[in-house]
Design a protein around this ligand. Sequence first.
Ligand code: HEC
Length: 193
Amino acid sequence: MQKKLKKLFKLSCCFAFLLTACGTHEKPTFEYMPNMMDQPSVKAQEKMMRSPVAGTIPLGFEPYPYLLSEGDLAGKMLKNPLPRTRKTMERGKKMFNTYCAVCHGPRGLGDGSIVPKFPRPPMLSSEKVRAWADGQIYHTITMGQNLMPSYASQVEPEDRWAIVHYVRAIQRANHPTKEDVEKLKKKLEEMKR
Ligand code: HEC
């Protein structure tokens, strides 16, 4: 059964390839109702500006698939696609300071400038959030959580992932590993010399 399915899949791939290969000719060999292809009334740009049919999704846009209550699931399913590079970290820091620090504070301690007018948010380096998967932090930014609004419309997905990296850096700064402490000690000693 498995083999048959694989064969079928391969076949359909070949077929799809053939179809697209046919479509790459500059001029179609056969025009079905040619007046529909070059009608003067609609220019390319006008086509773009037409509003989409209700219920359709623009090409290239993937709707976020998890419900507000599914942070746990999002944590299991979503992986951070960005490598932890200096560039990503700098991007994350910039975005965090722009969108998150007003409430969470620059170190994630819950001491942003809007507090206490706005209720104090929890620490981002709590044991709870440190144990969260990257995807669950991403989920919180995307969907919001209780008093915290969603930032999906203001922060692009890629920037959300960069922020997640930066939140991890904040957590590590507040809870350094033994190696981190050793490294820091060495550096300090080097500076003394
Ligand atoms: C308007 C203030 C505000 C802003 C801005 C804000 N948050 Fe929050 N955030 C909160 C509050 C309040 C909570 C606690 C919500 C609750 O009670 O569950 C929270 C919760 C969280 C949590 C879960 C913490 C926990 O212990 O459950 C994370 C993670 C988080 N925020 C990250 C972010 C990030 C990243 C940003 C920036 C994209 C951000 N927040 C922007 C107010 C804010």
